[in-house]
Write a new protein. Structure first.
Lengths: 228, 228
DNA sequence: TCCGATTCTGGAATGACATTCCAGTCCGTG
DNA sequence: CACGGACTGGAATGTCATTCCAGAATCGGA
């Protein structure tokens, strides 16, 4: 009679249900806080049941992350590379554990969707077709990698004192550095103190997209008849 | 007499020695393969001794990663943002576990050195001073984040069949996708198959640095007397 | 409706680790 | 050469992921 009276049992388990619960727990406790014990309690089941649906914890987290990516792609953000990238950033800011699992190989379904969307937008530029792949991938890498780093940093910094406090302390350290060894940082301390993470992401994004424009320009003039 | 005849004892432990051994083991076995047990064996000591020098495993890995960053900065790569970024990429490609620990807050000593170098180079552009911080940070984020992702992917992909095999399989999957749902990927499969990771990094870097140039140009013309 | 095969479940082992504790040892100083 | 703090080795602890397996649910066919 190892079986309990089979009552509180949640309807039926499925890969989807497990993934959804994982996202919840991940949001609540972060990646380190997700344990199979917690998950079995939340889903009122046992470890074996979970392992029937997912191969292991990595598989589970990848699945959860791809589900978040699915959400990000659902929003009507499609118009331009700029809005698409920002939609990704904003979504992952709400799920800081997720971004670092997006760029992994092999890519999960929704990561592929993102890359395809980026590629399709890149294909609309005047860049020559043979540059489409590297360019699209570069943008994809930028968006996923930088988002991963910034969001996980935001999550790490938060627990110990408010973000402002942490930044203030860090800025103070920068100011105290030797100006000869760190000429830039000592000057930039103030900027660090009151920078905004999202603005920071946008700055990088604009840099990258401006690069795209310049490369278009270069090619336009390169094909101009009037040249050496 | 829990003490053994005190003979094979390695000279003397220190934070540096522990870090160096950690780098070795990390290179050999990857991040998952580094355990305190292995480390005690390599250093012929006990866990307590290690914990006297490092706070915990995170601390240890951060320390090891910053040591790698130190190496990267030692090479005479300083001339331009381009060569500096490539020096970083090349170094971390040899230590794929390390890059993901560089961008973390609070920044470790050598990460600060890198940011300062980037900032100093940015300060030499014609960008207005108030853009220096965001620009430098954007470049720093790009280099560390993208390197982290690419290098860890390379390390992950390698174990299962050669890189070429993995790419070929992936490319085959892309080709098999529905062309309506994935118009870009189905076309790009061939590019994926024979792309080069380093070229890919360079493509992104060039995009970013071209963006820097375009922003300089914009400002130059913006301050020109002849405008609307 | 009953039956066997297949799909799923719950929970009890198992085995790896990180981390803590502490009894000692080593070494520089006075 | 005795003292105290720096340092060491290794045993003990507790937390997890993962495996195993005895059964329960479910479903298609007879």
């Amino acid at each position: 009679m190892p079986q309990t009276p089979a009552k509180g049992r949640t309807a039926r388990l499925s890969r989807e249900v497990v993934a959804a619960a994982a996202v919840e727990l991940l949001d609540e406790h972060g990646e380190r806080g997700l344990t199979f014990k917690l998950l079995t309690e939340r889903l009122k089941t046992g470890a074996g049941a979970l392992y029937w649906h997912v191969a292991n914890k990595d598989d589970l987290v990848r699945l959860a992350a791809d589900r978040v990516m699915g959400d990000a792609l659902t929003g009507g953000a499609d118009a331009s590379l700029h809005t698409l990238a920002l939609a990704i950033y904003d979504t992952f800011e709400r799920h800081p554990w997720a971004a670092s699992h997006i760029g992994v190989v092999p890519p999960q379904p929704n990561a592929l969707r993102l890359l395809d969307r980026i590629g399709t937008l890149v294909a609309k530029t005047t860049l020559p077709p043979e540059r489409h792949f590297v360019t699209a991938t570069a943008i994809f890498n930028f968006v996923t990698s930088v988002t991963a780093q910034e969001s996980s940093n935001a999550a790490t910094a938060a627990p110990g004192g408010s973000r402002d406090t942490v930044l203030a302390e860090l800025a103070a350290q920068w100011e105290a550095l030797d100006p000869d060894a760190f000429p830039f940082l000592t000057r930039a301390a103030a900027d660090l103190r009151d920078h905004d993470d999202r603005d920071q992401f946008v700055a990088g994004l604009d840099l990258l997209l401006d690069g795209l424009r310049l490369q278009e320009l270069k090619l336009d003039t390169a094909t101009d008849p009037d040249r050496p």
